[in-house]
Write a protein that binds this ligand. Structure first.
Ligand SMILES: Nc1nc2c(c(=O)[nH]1)N[C@H]1C(S)=C(S)[C@@H](COP(=O)(O)OP(=O)(O)OC[C@H]3O[C@@H](n4cnc5c(=O)[nH]c(N)nc54)[C@H](O)[C@@H]3O)O[C@H]1N2
Ligand SMILES: Nc1nc2c(c(=O)[nH]1)N[C@H]1C(S)=C(S)[C@@H](COP(=O)(O)OP(=O)(O)OC[C@H]3O[C@@H](n4cnc5c(=O)[nH]c(N)nc54)[C@H](O)[C@@H]3O)O[C@H]1N2
Ligand code: SF4
Ligand SMILES: [Mo]
Length: 871
């Protein structure tokens, strides 16, 4: 610990001097080439091969789909090298938790020359005269922290006094935002972001989703017991870095075969040599209906395909003989499949017209799902992040039930997602709570994510409840008058649909406040921007998501320049607003971290939780923290130095997990959380709640097909006749390896490795005379972006893959985005449960006639040239 402190106690002064020199050089526009200029002196080659210094557990805290060990070698306060997990030999049972290229590049982010250094104010903004139209164009001036707090307090106080808490918009972050809560609250956002239509309380269908990251399928050791693993809309090779793919590879090597149901033959499919079942994005409902129909037909022909016992005993609503008590509609799923209600049997040929899947593949898959095959059906959520995908969760579950693939080793039907991919089951190690209780407020407003900016401009929105709280209500149209936008830990402007209108909405309000590490999109359109520390500059914290490992990190360096933590900013703001900062932040950051350490637990093989960390009275004294000493599995110092506690697994340990086993073995003793206690293929609640929102009247209690408000069918001006419309292509947004959403997009190393092209199919490219490397303008009614084409055999014709999260960069006339931001094209469309549809919006593209694009990695960093920065 002492060594570590000495290493941290760097020459802060010297550090800043070097930094300022580097900044000055950059402001003069000296940067070209794929190299980040960093503000710390990076270790020389000699430094990099030396092992002098102290290895510090370093945070990798992003919403990146993985969780890994990251360490920084700190010498004289400067990070000279990084490494990942080498704490034990790597083995399949006990894998190292190795970091990805983004983790490896972390020092290029934390110490980059584009870190914000001082509080800044937009020059022409005044609390009483905001000149909002200049947002994104104005100059910036450096101000002191005192000035920053008093400006922000004045602007916020004005909004609270004149318009009330409903007029302040914020979502994301929980630290600085407490100040808003102490002021009476703020208007939030109801958005289905990650899990799409799975946000409509799937427990009502009988499916507890565990939590957002641990999957709802079996433990990793069970993967190899499946003969087939099917992925629908997953790409863990990009979206779940770390150990998940390692676990899938073990299964592959043991003989398990894979299927990828997706519009692209993505990196995961390639890695696992999967059989590709093509399906257009946003058309999985049609595809799965076709599969269900063919399963029934196949079962009639030869038997032994549909697991009737499972359907009869564990589900309701499949046929007229098994309806739930609360059903009000005399219809059932099977008769719908057969065409009893609409005269249309949902055959493979019928499905093919919409989903584009070859008929033979639909039949092949129907056969594969038969009850005699050992199949795991795994999904991520991309197929549910589509307009009108409301029936996807119920239908995926229905297919699983038709094959009886629940509750048995070698079978599964559930999610594999984010940092919990490939490894279902309850978390074995968890961090404790910080002890900072939320501040309750009376404001219940939640503007809907897909129409957030439009609602602000229209001053009206429909309230339907809150996805985070699983609390829904009938749609209620409300007036709303947003006067201030408050950013803490979110990039809403960049990550919500309809970005061009988002800019307009930002320009329409009185005040935009932003805590930021970099000159992010939301910072560019703000009025007061405050430099915030990264996790490398804070006391420490936790990262979780991997079932069997808990990651902890400690401070790597002193805060850079004038950066403060979110809590310090909150304290300053609270004081300026005349609030009692100790009431808003009753616990220090150190105490919160210590509380998490003290409350961390690990599960033993009997299923009981034990304290994880041994903390002595001496530790508490040294940390100047309250609490009681305790005995745990690992000493505090060791835990912090290791950066991780990982349960050493064995094939036959007590941690194995088969999802739904208790229910399948004893359905009466362990009913599901739905009204009937069973899987609800007919769920009255689903239909009633969606109808109550008032956006669509086509959703039935069982899964049915209808064309999406925006989707494949709207690529046509006349779908029946096959006449293409103005925007005949369907776009989807793969979560891209270069970044975590918008985060890390400014790291030149990553930009060089991952150039962020637009993916188009060879067939479409040939038709338009486009080859890989050509610049292409992709456009629709909402905006235009320019990207370089990557022409692929591995994407379905008609599909366009636009990587998610790239930073917007508008041309002078604000017409073209040469940064390639997905949300310029993803529009303000609302239907059904108000799902945000990132993966089935329409567009068109042409070869770009304007100036050639500069490759992202050759663009200069966005260093704000602050007048007087050297003062
Ligand atoms: N078109 C389209 N849009 C999408 C998606 C898509 O697929 N397509 N995906 C959606 C999904 S699944 C998600 S989860 C969302 C993610 O949406 P966001 O959560 O808005 O995305 P991030 O880019 O992770 O934004 C985090 C921001 O917080 C900042 N930050 C990080 N740490 C700190 C800190 O300690 N303090 C402060 N003050 N700031 C910090 C980062 O610099 C960054 O600007 O995006 C959604 N948007
Ligand atoms: N590198 C990286 N990893 C991340 C993130 C990141 O920003 N960057 N973000 C993290 C977060 S918060 C989230 S929510 C997850 C998202 O995780 P996922 O939802 O798994 O990620 P996606 O890349 O959107 O989709 C995965 C694959 O699904 C396929 N697909 C797309 N649309 C459809 C569809 O409609 N139907 C079918 N059948 N397939 C489809 C595509 O082939 C795509 O490659 O990723 C996490 N991991
Ligand atoms: S997967 Fe996430 S936590 Fe792991 S190294 Fe990459 S960015 Fe960091
Ligand atoms: Mo997400």
């Amino acid at each position: 610990m002492d060594d570590r402190r000495a290493a941290l106690k760097m020459s802060r002064r010297g550090f800043i001097e070097t930094s300022v020199a580097a900044t000055a050089a950059l402001a003069a526009g000296s940067l070209v080439g794929c190299e980040n200029k960093v503000i710390s002196k990076e270790g020389s080659e000699e430094d990099r091969s030396s092992s002098e210094g102290v290895w510090v557990s370093a945070a990798c805290w992003h919403n990146c789909g993985g969780r890994c060990v990251n360490k920084a070698l700190v010498k004289d306060g400067i990070v000279v090298r990084q490494k990942t997990d080498d704490s034990h030999e790597d083995s399949p049972a006990y894998p190292q938790q190795r970091s990805c290229i983004r983790g490896h590049s972390q020092r290029k982010q934390c110490f980059a020359a584009d870190r914000l250094k001082y509080p800044m104010k937009r020059k022409n903004w005044k609390p009483n005269d905001p000149r909002g139209e200049l947002r994104g164009k104005d100059e910036w001036e450096r101000i002191s922290w005192d000035e920053a707090f008093s400006y922000a307090a004045e602007a916020l106080r004005k909004v609270y006094e004149e318009h009330g808490p409903r007029s302040v918009l914020s979502r994301g972050g929980s630290t600085t935002m407490r100040v808003l809560e102490a002021m009476g609250g703020c208007c939030g956002i109801a958005d289905t972001t990650s899990m799409g239509t799975y946000c409509l309380d799937t427990t009502k269908l009988g499916m507890p989703l565990m939590d957002s990251s641990s999957g709802s399928a079996n433990d990793r050791f069970d993967l190899k017991h499946a003969d087939w693993i099917v992925f629908e809309g997953c790409n863990p090779a990009w979206a779940s870095p770390g150990s998940p793919c390692y676990h899938f590879i073990q299964a592959r090597d043991a003989g398990t075969r894979f299927v990828m149901i997706s519009p692209s033959y993505n990196a995961t499919a390639q890695m696992l040599d999967a059989r590709w079942i093509q399906v257009r994005a946003g058309t999985d409902t049609a595809f799965m209906l076709g599969v269900a129909y063919e399963m029934v037909m196949l079962d009639r022909e030869r038997g032994n395909v549909v697991d009737w016992d499972f359907l009869n005993d564990y589900t309701v609503g499949f046929d007229a003989q098994h309806m739930p008590d609360d059903a009000r509609l005399e219809e059932n799923f099977k008769d719908y499949l057969m065409g009893s209600y609409d005269g249309v049997p949902k055959t493979a040929e019928w499905a093919n017209v919409v989903c584009g899947t070859p008929v033979d593949d639909i039949r092949w898959y129907a056969e594969l799902l038969g009850k005699t095959n050992k199949v795991m059906m795994l999904h991520s959520f991309s197929f549910a992040r589509c307009h009108d995908a409301e029936d996807v969760p119920q239908l995926f579950m229905t297919l699983g039930a038709m094959g009886g693939h629940f509750g048995k080793s070698g079978h599964a039907c559930g999610s594999t997602y984010h940092s919990g991919a490939a490894n279902g089951g309850p978390a074995l190690v968890v961090a404790g709570k910080s002890g900072l209780e939320p501040i309750e407020t009376d404001v219940d407003d939640r503007i809907l994510g897909p129409v957030l900016w439009k609602s602000i401009l229209d001053k009206r929105y429909r309230y339907i409840g809150d996805f985070y709280a699983n609390a829904f209500t009938e749609g209620e149209d409300r007036d709303i008058d947003i006067r201030a936008i408050f950013y803490e830990q979110s990039a809403r402007l960049q990550t919500s649909p309809d970005l061009m209108r988002g800019i307009e909405a930002h320009r329409s309000v009185d005040f935009v406040f932003c805590n930021a590490q970099f000159f992010t999109t939301q910072a560019q359109y703000a009025d007061i921007v405050l430099p915030v520390t990264t996790e490398w500059e804070r006391v420490g914290g936790f990262a979780s998501g991997n079932r069997e490992a808990l990651f902890v990190y400690t401070q790597v360096t002193e805060p850079l320049f004038e950066a403060k933590t979110d809590q310090e900013i909150g304290v300053g703001l609270a004081k300026a607003l005349g609030l009692d900062p100790d009431a808003v932040y009753p616990l220090s950051e150190k105490q919160q971290f210590m509380n998490q350490i003290l409350g961390s637990t690990v599960m033993n093989e009997q299923g009981d939780r034990e304290p994880l960390v041994t903390v002595t009275d001496g530790d508490l004294k040294a940390w100047q923290c309250e609490g009681s000493s305790q005995e745990g599995r690992v000493k505090l110092e060791e835990f912090l130095a290791d950066g991780c506690y990982q349960v050493e697994r064995r094939e036959d340990d007590g941690y194995g997990f088969i999802a739904y086993r208790a229910f399948v073995e004893d359905p009466d003793g362990h009913p599901l959380p739905s009204a009937s206690g069973k899987f609800e293929i007919y769920c009255q609640w689903k239909a009633d709640v969606i109808a109550g929102f008032g956006f669509s009247d086509c959703f039935k209690p069982y899964p049915t097909y209808h064309p999406a408000v925006e989707g494949y069918e709207t690529c046509f001006s006349d779908f029946e006749q096959g006449t293409k419309g103005e925007y005949p292509f369907l776009a989807y947004n793969p979560h891209y390896y270069r970044r975590s959403h918008s985060v890390l997009d400014n790291v030149a190393w990553l930009r060089e490795a991952w150039p962020n092209p637009v993916y188009i199919s060879r067939v479409d490219a040939e038709e338009k005379g486009i080859v890989s490397g050509d610049d292409v303008c992709i456009y629709n009614a909402f905006g235009k972006i320019v990207r370089t084409a990557s022409v692929l055999e591995t994407i379905m014709p008609g599909m366009v893959g636009i990587p998610h999260g790239s930073w917007i960069e508008l041309d002078e006339n604000e017409e073209y985005d040469v940064g390639g931001a997905d949300n310029v094209l993803c529009g303000p469309i609302v239907s059904g449960m108000a799902v945000t549809g990132y993966n089935n919006y329409t567009c068109n593209f042409v070869k770009h006639a304007g100036d050639p694009l500069v490759p992202d990695c050759e663009k200069p960093q966005r260093v704000v040239d602050l007048e007087g920065a050297q003062r």
